[in-house]
Design a protein around this ligand. Structure first.
Ligand SMILES: *[C@@H]1O[C@H](CO)[C@@H](O)[C@H](O)[C@H]1NC(C)=O
Ligand SMILES: *[C@@H]1O[C@H](CO)[C@@H](O)[C@H](O)[C@H]1NC(C)=O
Ligand SMILES: *[C@@H]1O[C@H](CO)[C@@H](O)[C@H](O)[C@H]1NC(C)=O
Ligand SMILES: *[C@@H]1O[C@H](CO)[C@@H](O)[C@H](O)[C@H]1NC(C)=O
Ligand SMILES: *[C@@H]1O[C@H](CO)[C@@H](O)[C@H](O)[C@H]1NC(C)=O
Ligand SMILES: *[C@@H]1O[C@H](CO)[C@@H](O)[C@H](O)[C@H]1NC(C)=O
Length: 460
């Protein structure tokens, strides 16, 4: 059959915000894997086709249509898989790696390729052209023994839960590739948008309350980053700093969280705030923190991690830091503020307001050029990855995953994973607004604060 039947649906409010934001570069999700075994490209492609078969959003294209007053977006879902892997030879890779040659902070080839892909925006302004939500590339590395495999997705199709499931399912498919394949269409249509799955009573709010919230968000939220900007003029892109703790240090921090009855995001938030504030002796400052929470299990009907798409909601809390706080005291305070907002369903009730503010920020680039919505975004739940054995089996030596944040959003987006007992954070920030040296220094401080806190929690 050569004709490809398509189905579709219009995007929801949150997805629409991502469709608009991505034009400025925010919302490109990248999962990159360092592979140490030769890859059979056609088999890899078969695995990706199976993934597309199981997940309609992965075999969807984004259709954009513009009128004089508005732009609308919709997903067009093909009946059959169509992904084609883009293959880059060593020369191409070498040229990409050469760009960072003179940097004072050295970064791994895997990270360099990931940064390159984070800034490849195939969704920029493509009115009239339908663009794939999911693309894959392979880079041959100059050592001639390794490859970097990259999957790049539009965030409207891929929140962090999706990225984690995608990696897991892909590994299983690659491991079982010897087995007889039988390609079955498991899912036929893209699941509904998050707004259409919010439990009935939670999405509504009294008009006056909504007005107040919009006001407080817009007055408050655009100011509270408080990190120094290096370059506000030149075009922006995303860069990454990686923070890794060993097993001993990780266990101590996790024990501290358990003792304090908080999730790890509380400790990460507190360490980030303390690091950012460490230069400001004597003054007290207010900082905005965005916590992203996966809503799948609380939707009506609930979704599973197998339902790919964007089903996170954001909660914004502001915190005043005076200096002299202890890690666990601050972690309890920040986590408590978040947990309280979540108990009050703020992530559901404020969803429309957050989308409204996001669109205002996108429409007013002048505002976002020097003013960021918050200093940091974190995820409520850490990804725990104990698939190390399976990864080794298919030759995955290392991997990194995150989404671009420049153009809008926080000074730093933190994507944390606990991988075989070690904390591994990918921290994304907008460059050249922030310089790599500055962010590396900030992350070093944050790491030191976490490690120190891990040693002192018993005394607290
Ligand atoms: C790579 O570059 C070298 C030197 O510039 C050239 O000789 C070679 O043909 C190139 N290889 C490929 C595959 O393009
Ligand atoms: C790196 O530095 C050398 C010598 O200063 C210069 O010639 C080259 O253009 C620089 N490369 C990049 C990518 O900036
Ligand atoms: C973990 O890192 C700390 C430094 O933060 C170091 O003192 C310790 O020896 C390391 N432990 C292991 C098991 O590598
Ligand atoms: C901090 O405050 C103290 C007392 O108010 C003052 O003496 C000191 O100079 C201040 N330090 C800085 C760095 O502003
Ligand atoms: C800061 O920005 C300037 C341009 O405004 C640039 O020349 C400089 O390299 C940047 N500093 C760092 C450390 O990136
Ligand atoms: C903190 O202050 C030092 C010295 O004034 C400066 O070099 C550094 O960039 C500052 N760090 C941050 C994260 O702003």
């Amino acid at each position: 059959m050569s004709t490809v039947e398509t189905k579709g649906r219009n995007v929801g409010g949150t997805e629409c915000s991502w469709c608009k934001a991505i034009r400025g570069g925010t919302g490109i999700a990248v999962l990159s894997l360092l592979i140490t075994k030769p890859i059979d490209i056609s088999r890899f492609q078969t695995s990706l086709h199976k993934l597309q078969n199981s997940h309609p959003i992965l075999r969807s294209k984004l259709h954009t249509s513009s009128s004089s007053t508005d732009t609308t977006f919709s997903f067009l879902t093909s009946h059959t898989p169509f992904i084609k892997i883009e293959s880059h030879n060593i020369n191409v890779t070498s040229n990409i790696l050469a760009k960072n040659k003179n940097d004072t902070v050295s970064i791994s080839p895997l990270q360099q390729i990931m940064e390159h892909e984070l800034n490849r925006n195939t969704w920029q302004d493509r009115t009239g052209i339908d663009t794939d939500m999911f693309v894959a590339s392979i880079y041959a590395m100059p050592d001639e023994k390794t490859w970097v495999v990259v999957m790049r997705l539009h965030v409207a199709a891929c929140d962090r839960t999706t990225a984690v499931s995608l990696l897991r399912e892909l590994l299983v498919l690659m491991k079982d590739e010897e087995k007889e394949e039988n390609v079955v269409v498991v899912e036929d249509v893209v699941p509904l948008a998050i707004e259409d799955l919010v439990p009935g009573r939670k999405g509504k709010k009294h008009i006056w309350a909504r007005g107040l919230d919009v006001l407080s968000y817009s007055v408050n939220s655009f100011r509270f980053t408080n990190l120094k900007f290096n370059d506000t003029k030149n075009a922006r892109f995303s860069q990454v700093v990686r923070m890794q703790l060993n097993q001993t240090d990780t266990k101590r921090v996790l024990d501290g969280c358990k003792q304090s009855r908080i999730k790890l995001c509380g400790a990460i938030t507190a360490a980030g705030l303390m690091a950012a504030h460490s230069n400001k002796t004597n003054s007290s400052k207010k900082y905005g923190i965005i916590t992203l929470t996966d809503c799948r299990s609380t939707l009506d009907p609930p979704l599973s991690n197998h339902n790919f798409g964007f089903y996170h909601a954001a909660i914004l809390n502001n915190h005043v830091i005076k200096g002299g706080e202890s890690l666990w005291e601050l972690a309890k305070r920040t986590y408590g503020a978040f947990a309280n907002s979540k108990n009050n369903d703020k992530h559901f009730t404020d969803m429309a307001d957050m989308n409204f503010l996001m669109s205002k920020a996108i429409e007013n680039p002048g505002l976002t050029s020097s003013l960021r919505t918050s200093i940091m975004s974190v995820f409520e739940d850490t990804v725990v990855d104990d698939d190390g054995m399976m990864q080794q089996e298919v030759g995955v030596e290392d991997y990194m995953g995150c989404a671009s944040v420049h153009g809008l959003g926080p000074s730093m987006g933190i994507f944390d994973t606990i991988r075989d007992g070690r904390l591994d954070c990918v921290c994304v920030y907008p460059a050249p607004l922030h310089a790599r040296e500055q962010m590396q220094e900030l992350i070093n401080k944050m790491k030191a604060i976490l490690i120190e806190g891990g040693k002192t929690y018993e005394e607290y």
